[in-house]
Design a protein around this ligand. Structure first.
Ligand SMILES: Cc1ncc(COP(=O)(O)O)c(C=O)c1O
Length: 434
């Protein structure tokens, strides 16, 4: 092994690592034999996972794997180049056309990860004039645009915002009064509102009807990151915008291919001209190699299945309903919301790790989510439900949760005055039909 020079920076990293490690704050990465289906083997034991975003079990579908395998033989491992410099193969364009038709948009572009889609797209959209001026001398007002970002947006959105030249307004989580105040006092001509569709750590939905009304009133453009909504929400699985009936009011639909689609990659779908502009100018597209062909082939097949087999979504919502009813029957506190992401709040990271361990002792994997993924003292178990779970597996989870509730106790969520019965009667029809 190479011996490194001992620099102050490396010494500092070692000291920080030891400081976290002494307090058990370096999360382990459990080594699993294969991704959960939802069962996986850990140290020879069969464990049921409630931590996977493989909402529809798509990553294991034989048709998807075969499509990917065939493309791998034909197109080999990687494209070894960015799209504009020789790495553009027909399968990638076919995937973009498939995503555009699925989302009902003119065009789409794909990225190697969902994180990269946000990191590339946000500065690409807001800095259009800056780009034209910097590289090609176009006249411009030198007035930066303003980005309005929900305070609980995913880190990849925050990273994209940091790379931009825009003014930034962080509005309180889902607080449309605060957003309106900020929009009303904003002097920028170019305004971009960015929000998660489903908040990844809380499972709640952005209030899109109110948000799009404000955007229309103040002439702001809306970009929604529907990483967890795509394939899951809406009658046809087109996402949270379909769920709320506001698809046409969202200008930029962003999503990942690593969750319900079961593969990897990210996308943006919108008007053709915006896509063509981003493909020419966004650094996160031009300075990196593209998604490999086998992923593209598998993803096209997965989207076909998602469209043709609505029963997968029905099964997912049946499972969500079964779990929420079970939590209610057992008096385990939870937020009343329709979502396959169900957070159970514990507060400190140590309590969350303890709850994770109690569940693992009962052959359930439900990963503790701690800072920096959530704010200090907001650690939690983040349960994700998949269509592939059986009712017996959900009962096994509930049995483990009672033990955790008795030993540690979950915090009471801020549900309004309504009871679970009242709330559950008002669920969207595509969820209750299950
Ligand atoms: C809301 C949101 N956006 C973007 C991403 C990044 O997606 P990917 O894992 O495909 O890079 C995630 C994944 O955690 C997410 O939850």
């Amino acid at each position: 092994m190479n011996k490194k020079p001992t620099t102050p920076l490396l010494k500092n990293i070692a000291a920080c690592f030891d400081w976290l490690d002494e307090d058990d704050l370096i999360p382990k990465e459990p080594l699993i034999e294969a991704p959960p289906s939802p069962v996986f083997t850990l140290d020879g034991r069969k464990i049921v996972s409630f931590s996977s975003n493989n909402y529809l079990g798509m990553s294991r579908r034989p048709e998807v794997i075969n499509a990917a395998r065939n493309a791998l033989s034909k197109f080999t491992m990687g494209t070894c180049e960015s799209r504009k410099l020789g790495g553009n193969i027909a399968l990638l364009e076919a995937l973009e056309a498939r995503i555009a038709s699925f989302k009902g948009e003119e065009a789409a572009m794909i990225f190697a990860t969902g994180l990269l889609a946000n990191v590339a797209t946000i500065p690409g959209l807001i800095d259009a004039e800056w780009y034209c001026n910097k590289f090609y001398g176009k006249d411009w007002s030198k007035e930066p645009g303003t980005i309005f970002s929900d305070s609980l947006n995913h880190r990849s959105i925050q990273m994209g915002i940091k790379l931009s030249h825009a003014n930034v307004v962080k509005y309180h989580h889902a607080d449309m009064d605060h957003l309106e105040q900020e929009l009303a006092s904003c002097k920028s001509n170019n305004k971009l509102i960015v929000s998660d569709g489903v908040f990844s750590m809380d499972g709640d939905l952005a209030p899109l009807p109110e948000l799009t009304t404000l955007a229309n009133r103040y002439q702001a453009t809306v970009m929604i990151d529907d990483a967890h909504g795509t394939g899951v929400f809406g009658e046809n699985g087109r996402g949270v915008a379909e769920h709320f009936g506001v698809e046409k009011d969202i200008s930029i639909h962003m999503g990942t291919l690593s969750k319900a689609v079961g593969a990897m990659g990210g996308f943006v779908a919108t008007d053709r001209k915006v896509i063509d502009f981003l493909k020419s100018t966004a650094s996160g597209y031009r300075f990196t190699s593209s998604l490999p062909a086998e992923q593209a082939a598998g993803i096209i097949c997965a989207i076909d299945i998602m469209e043709n087999e609505p029963q997968l979504r029905d099964k997912l919502w049946q499972n969500v309903t079964f779990l929420l009813n079970g939590l209610n029957d057992l008096d385990i506190p939870f937020n009343y919301q329709w979502s396959p992401i169900i957070p159970l709040h514990l507060g400190s990271a140590h309590k969350a790790y303890r709850a994770e361990k109690l569940l693992l002792d009962r052959a359930i994997s439900c990963i503790a989510v701690v800072p920096p993924l959530v704010a200090n003292n907001c650690s939690r178990l983040r349960i994700t439900v998949n269509s592939t779970h059986t009712q017996e597996q959900i009962e096994q989870l509930l049995a483990g949760l009672i033990v955790a509730e008795r030993e540690i106790g979950f915090s009471q969520p801020g549900n309004s005055q309504q009871t679970w019965e009242e709330f559950s009667k008002r669920s969207p029809s595509y969820i209750t039909k299950t």
